[in-house]
Design a protein around this ligand. Sequence first.
Ligand SMILES: Nc1ncnc2c1ncn2[C@@H]1O[C@H](COP(=O)(O)OP(=O)(O)O)[C@@H](O)[C@H]1O
Ligand SMILES: [Mg+2]
Length: 508
Amino acid sequence: MDYVVEMINIRKEFPGVVANDNVTLQLKKGEIHALLGENGAGKSTLMNILFGLYQPEKGEIRVNGKPVKITDPNVANDLGIGMVHQHFMLVEPFTVTQNIILGSEPTTFGKINLKEAEREVQKLSDRYGLQVDATARIRDISVGMQQRVEILKTLYRGAEVLIFDEPTAVLTPQEITELMEIMHSLIAEGKSIILITHKLKEIMEISDRCTVIRKGAGIDTLDVNDTSVTELASLMVGRNVSFKIDKKPAVPKETVLSIQNLMVKDKRKVDMVKGMNLEVRAGEIVGIAGVDGNGQSELIEAITGLQKTESGSIRLNNDDMTNLSPRKVTESGIGHIPQDRHKYGLVLDYSIGENMVLQTYYQKPFSKYKTLNYKEIFQKAAKLIDEYDVRTPSVHTKARALSGGNQQKAIIGREVDRSPDLLIAAQPTRGLDVGAIEFIHHRLIEERDKGKAVLLVSFELDEILDVSDRIAVMFDGKNVAEVKPEETDENELGLLMAGSSTEKAGEK
Ligand SMILES: Nc1ncnc2c1ncn2[C@@H]1O[C@H](COP(=O)(O)OP(=O)(O)O)[C@@H](O)[C@H]1O
Ligand SMILES: [Mg+2]
């Protein structure tokens, strides 16, 4: 078998970190080869080496059997290697075509060339079924479309090998399906693909082979047909991962959260929560299932004081909480793991230590006579970091520098440590790898077992079914059905989430 690309025994060090240690990846022509590993395992580093952004300390790269030195991305382009990055590198006010030819034709930027380039870009888009409008401006198109522009950019430069760095992280489920079709049409035209991901289901669905790396080291390369999600997970994490969550039946006690007839508008003054009723009791996890955009975000914003309610009531332990300020909400016993951890969860430019006391810094012992006591703050932070397995070089490291999973564990540590009566977890595991997901699920269940009320909002039905004791389905701003996880399945939930009762759906 001929390999189009071979990376043999690659080693790459950064100050204090061995990002790649003796990693080998061999890409066959015409295959989709997944590169699997937890956050921080060294996947992007390995691919940045192949794309010429970094030089390895050791190892050899061969393209079509010949040893090569890929000193910069232009060399990679000339060798037919293209990369679709995790964070797109597009110029917002420019059109699709302008972005694609940028750098490729630096000297002649005349009108005639642009028209010609537009035609060529359109042709490429049509050939691979990308449905991109070559003349649209980047700022006017969706994230999914922007990703396709990045794909076109590599094809325009003659890529035979395409590297995708976690391409599905930014996509909706529909866009993911479409991307998979695009990948198949690329393969059909003779291209080869390296797909970086930490999502096991995706690998099983689309890849031919899979190389696993863990903490920088190459672990194994497997045929996807001969492996399972369980095996891949344990290779990736380095220990067995339980997907089924062990938990005792819930013992719900008194009502902690009670929501009645709640109406909430979003920031554009559109009605989003339209008469919501919900109760969460001590000692139970209530999961809210629903398609994104059915009022879940506004419901949580209203409970946490981030958005005003129009009418109805929110009560916590029988006290009226409607329209309290976020700080008052926090102080009255609500913990919040927010959906957007960068916007509401962390101050990215503060140290991780300071982030651990974001809600309590103004209280004793962290603050006295209006000055902060950094010794106390960092002591507390170090304790939480240890307890919640937040992997960071130190408490002084900026939150921005941590991986998503570690940022999330930090937020959970901070919120859970205050021991709130009600813990709200909104998309708590989005974008995280299996090890971190397992950890977070166990923590939520632990809180439940301590007698706390937990409200979980997730778009992942697996998560809702595995973690919740009771499921409320939210559709069009209302709680349209409540079911027990052991008495339902993905199919029924999917129908309820689409607004049809199961009987009606049966008739269709
Ligand atoms: N430019 C860099 N400078 C220093 N350390 C880096 C750099 N890029 C990555 N690292 C470190 O190398 C390790 C591997 O990172 P990365 O390749 O981004 O992992 P992955 O893509 O698998 O999440 C991490 O510990 C990360 O912090
Ligand atoms: Mg990466």
